[in-house]
Design a protein around this ligand. Structure first.
Ligand SMILES: N[C@@H](CCC(=O)N[C@@H](CS)C(=O)NCC(=O)O)C(=O)O
Length: 207
């Protein structure tokens, strides 16, 4: 049995989404970050950063949402969430996962850290304009890469779409304009998937 440690409205939703797409059975353990549950010694033993998500599969403990979503795809190949290792599609899949984590997400994380996540004394509001500009550049690169296609890699849904759509939903929550019409349509389409609705439901049941 797989166990996911997560918290509603965080990057752990990506992992639940991947598991729901794969039709996997899993246990969900809610970690109330706002109440400091991430800093309890028993959780720190699993995730030394005190962050979510964490996935436990038997003896294996995995952190980092992109690595976990990729692991889920590889562990449940029938889901087709990850293209075969060594294929051109896998290379493109990796490219878009790294892009999501290092280019698209980073400016949003900067906004989040300097708005609420960091202790007040460490927040620097002067970074906001730069972060918004960086996000608009990354969104443009994504819009060009996606074009009018339905999915970011090949012709079907992969875990790269999970990382990107979840990040774009985060941008929308921050009221950042997506500027590119087909990016808005892409995120709407992906968030309408039944597996995303099941993810939200599972999180609601647990909290
Ligand atoms: N790169 C990590 C980031 C994980 C992360 O920062 N998670 C946030 C929630 S979205 C968290 O647990 N924050 C709690 C904290 O920083 O104390 C991933 O993608 O898994």
């Amino acid at each position: 049995m797989l166990t996911v440690y997560g918290c509603t409205n965080t990057r752990s939703s990506r992992v639940l989404w991947a598991l729901e797409e794969a039709g996997a059975e899993y246990e969900y353990v809610a970690i109330d970050l706002r109440a400091g549950a991430g800093w309890k010694p028993e959780y720190l033993a699993l995730n030394p950063g005190g962050k979510v998500p964490t996935l436990v599969d038997g003896e294996m403990v995995l952190t980092e949402s992109a690595a976990i979503c990729t692991y889920v795809g590889d562990r449940f190949p029938a889901s087709r969430l990850t293209p075969p290792v060594g294929s051109v599609e896998r290379a493109h899949y990796d490219q878009w996962c790294y892009f999501a984590m290092s280019e698209l997400e980073q400016p949003l994380w900067t906004l989040a850290k300097h708005t609420f996540a960091l202790p007040e004394r460490l927040r620097v509001p002067a970074v906001f304009d730069t972060a918004r500009w960086e996000f608009s550049v990354a969104a443009k690169v994504l819009a060009l890469g996606l074009g009018r296609r339905e999915f970011v890699v090949g012709d079907h849904f992969t875990a790269a779409d999970i990382l990107i759509a979840h990040t774009l939903a985060w941008a929308r929550a921050f009221k950042l304009p997506l500027e590119h019409e087909h990016l808005s349509a892409y995120v709407e389409r992906l968030l309408a998937r039944p597996a995303w609705a099941r993810t939200r439901e599972r999180e609601r049941e647990q909290t």
